[in-house]
Design a protein around this ligand. Structure first.
Ligand SMILES: [Zn+2]
Length: 364
């Protein structure tokens, strides 16, 4: 099997989160030379494969085998990959069975490595991500086998293959604020306390406001209001409570406490209740880390592109590696059709990605 055969094989498993649909068992057999460790939690299967070539560093390739549901609008069966005009169409073609196929093939073909090569695969990335990568890393920490470096093969490229690597990700903090007043008759506003009047004065100071200025790697953290509701859909009653929801995609410069202080400052004097929940921590890997440098050089030699450093987009499992102090970087094919109907990637990108990962293994 070459990397394209392997890629098509992986695409044919209907592995919708958290069901791996047998794909992990297939992969375990495909990499027979590697030792296998199953770390299964609840309804999620996770597979960790490793091979010790020497006594040097531990490099881990990581990814998810699960995909989002296909949805409507497909011109072909989303789990029967078809080739057309140099492209391969199927759910997961970009996100991220292309990346998984590329590093599996690169690891299988690796003859030599100055240390340990490992592969971490989960079937719970597109879901809650509670029983996936985070649990595997917890286990590896317990047995003292955490990698030194990790490459997550999520699709990162924007316009051309090779143009972007991710060296960090923004965090995500969700909030709910309830502003309390006193319900009343619209004809007697003086007898009521209308929370809509209260928040109207606050909104100009918070809606869309930047909480930091960002930096070279991060866009500014912005206070984004996602929902405001109050009232009973009538015109003669003013509400007693107003509920507002918001989200902040935060850089490493803004913390949960900063957001709490920001709310306290702007809501001073109001009767309110705040709930804040961190759904992901931001992180940034030093761009001088060996894994970033080696990967970037390999991208340049195979694709001719000089990759930009990025931290944008949603969250990914890379954040869990960062939390354990592992230098982590993300690189994969273009991401212009992820989660959409007729998801596809080019054969050329998959072949080049495999070449790049082979080069990385060699250069380490
Ligand atoms: Zn993904």
């Amino acid at each position: 099997m070459d990397v394209i055969d392997l890629f098509k094989k992986l695409l044919s498993f209907p592995s919708i989160t958290p069901d791996d649909a047998g794909s992990l068992e297939f992969i375990k057999e495909y990499l027979k030379d590697f030792k296998a460790l199953w770390i299964n939690r609840e309804d999620t299967k996770n597979l960790f494969l490793f091979k010790k070539f020497g006594s040097g560093v531990h490099l881990c390739f990581a990814g998810h085998i699960d995909v989002v549901p296909p949805g409507d609008g497909w011109r072909s069966d989303p789990f029967k990959p078809i080739e057309k005009g140099g492209k391969i169409y199927a759910r997961g073609a970009q996100d991220m069975k292309s990346g998984v196929a590329a590093f599996l093939q690169a690891c299988k073909e690796a003859k030599d490595f100055n240390g340990t090569l490992s592969i971490l695969l989960t079937s719970d990335e597109e879901g809650s991500a509670k029983y996936g990568t985070v649990e595997v890393l917890k286990h590896l920490k317990e047995v003292d086998f955490l990698p030194d470096f990790a490459i997550v093969a999520e699709p990162t490229c924007k316009d051309v293959f090779g143009d972007t690597i991710k060296i960090g990700r923004r965090g995500s903090i969700n909030g709910v604020i309830k502003v309390f007043g006193k319900q009343g008759h619209a004809a007697y506003p003086q007898k009521a306390i209308n929370p809509i009047d209260k928040i109207a004065k606050v909104l100009p100071n918070i809606a869309g406001v930047k909480l930091d200025e960002g930096d070279k790697y991060f866009a500014p953290s912005q206070f984004v209001i996602t929902d405001i509701r109050a009232g009973m859909e009538v015109t003669n009653v003013t509400p007693g409570v107003l509920k507002m929801m918001f989200n902040v995609r935060n850089s490493t410069k803004t913390t949960k406490d900063d957001i709490k202080n920001f709310i306290e400052k702007n809501f001073a004097g109001l009767d309110y209740e705040l709930t804040l929940q961190v759904s992901a921590e931001p992180f940034l890997t030093n761009k001088d880390s060996r894994v970033v440098k080696v990967l970037r050089n390999s991208i340049e030699s195979v694709s001719g592109e000089t990759a930009n450093y990025s931290t944008d987009g949603g969250t990914s499992d890379a954040r869990f590696f960062a939390k354990y102090g592992v230098d982590v970087v993300e690189f994969g094919v273009k991401n212009d059709t992820i989660h959409a109907p007729n998801e596809c990637t080019t054969k050329e990108e998959v072949k080049k990605l495999k070449e790049i990962f082979s080069n990385v293994i060699e250069a380490f």
